[in-house]
Design a protein around this ligand. Structure first.
Ligand code: ATP
Ligand code: MG
Length: 259
């Protein structure tokens, strides 16, 4: 059975795209077959696997997520292979800026993505579908959550990292009324700076919140993340021994054991 996990947090810059892209690579190294879906007009997930030139070419072509949604087409027609075995992707488009408008007039508009994903799920080719959500809380993110079995919530270890998290939990509760099987798989703390004490505060606050699983593995700030992104490569594909590569591999093991 294909398992669908989304990465969501309305707080911008919390590490959603980095975590989604890095885990896909780590899952593939653990022998899993993964389909990535870039749900954000910023194209960050697409840019983790394709050069800027290729990403922009795809974004302006017919074969991207925006065109799939616009015409409500089965998503299996929109899949690209990456250069990494076991990782495929449905790239985004800058036109995703008007996705809320596209959804507005559609029947059962919270479930458009779920219906489009059925073609992928029915073929049962992938072990995991990983969806990168944008930093918003509208109908499109509701679609992403309704199409998912589990949510992973990346939270930045910073003074404002926890601010607004209550809104995110409230949003998840609302979506669970439409999609009762949806569950929060866990919170992953990202961009940890060992020199600062926000990390301790962030962990203590999260661990004292009832009903939330906080992953043991945390992701520290690491310049090799920026290097990887600058070179359109997933973390871990160049050097296995960088701090972020090891941490994302450990996080992948933790997730694979949990789900
Ligand atoms: N472990 C890390 N070490 C260093 N930089 C990181 C790390 N994780 C993420 N970053 C950087 O932080 C920024 C935000 O990360 P990312 O784009 O993954 O967050 P996001 O939640 O997807 O953002 P958005 O809400 O805009 O979609 C990026 O510039 C990324 O390069
Ligand atoms: Mg992002």
């Amino acid at each position: 059975m294909t398992k669908i996990i989304c990465f969501a947090n309305n707080k911008g810059g919390s590490g959603k795209s980095t975590t989604c892209a890095s885990l896909a690579y780590a899952f593939s190294k653990a022998g899993k077959k993964v389909l990535l879906i870039d749900g954000d007009m910023q194209l960050n997930l697409t840019l983790s696997y394709f050069s800027e030139e290729t990403a922009l070419e795809i974004a302006s072509s017919e074969k991207n997520l925006y065109n799939a949604i616009k015409e409500q087409k089965p998503l299996d027609e929109f899949i690209y292979n990456t250069e990494y075995e076991g990782v495929d992707i449905i790239p985004s488009s800058t036109l995703m800026s008007s996705v809320e408008f596209e959804l507005f007039t559609k029947w059962q508009r919270e479930f458009i993505l779920k219906k489009m994903l059925k073609s992928v799920v029915d073929k049962n080719v992938y072990d995991y579908v990983l969806i990168d959500a944008p930093p918003t809380l509208g109908c499109w993110v509701m679609n992403i959550l309704c199409a998912s079995d589990k949510i992973i919530l990346p939270v930045e270890a910073s003074p404002w990292g926890l601010f607004g998290l209550a809104n995110m939990f409230e949003f998840i509760s609302q979506v669970q009324e439409l999609s009762p099987n949806l569950e929060l798989l866990g919170v992953v703390v990202t961009k940890v700076d060992a020199r600062k004490n926000y990390f301790k505060q962030t962990m203590e606050t999260l661990k004292s919140t009832d009903g939330i699983n906080v992953f043991e593995t945390v992701i520290h700030l690491d310049s090799s993340v920026e290097w990887a992104q600058d070179n359109s490569k997933p973390v871990g594909s160049y050097k296995k021994s960088t701090r972020s590569a090891l941490e994302y591999s450990a996080l992948a093991d933790e997730i694979l054991k949990a789900y």
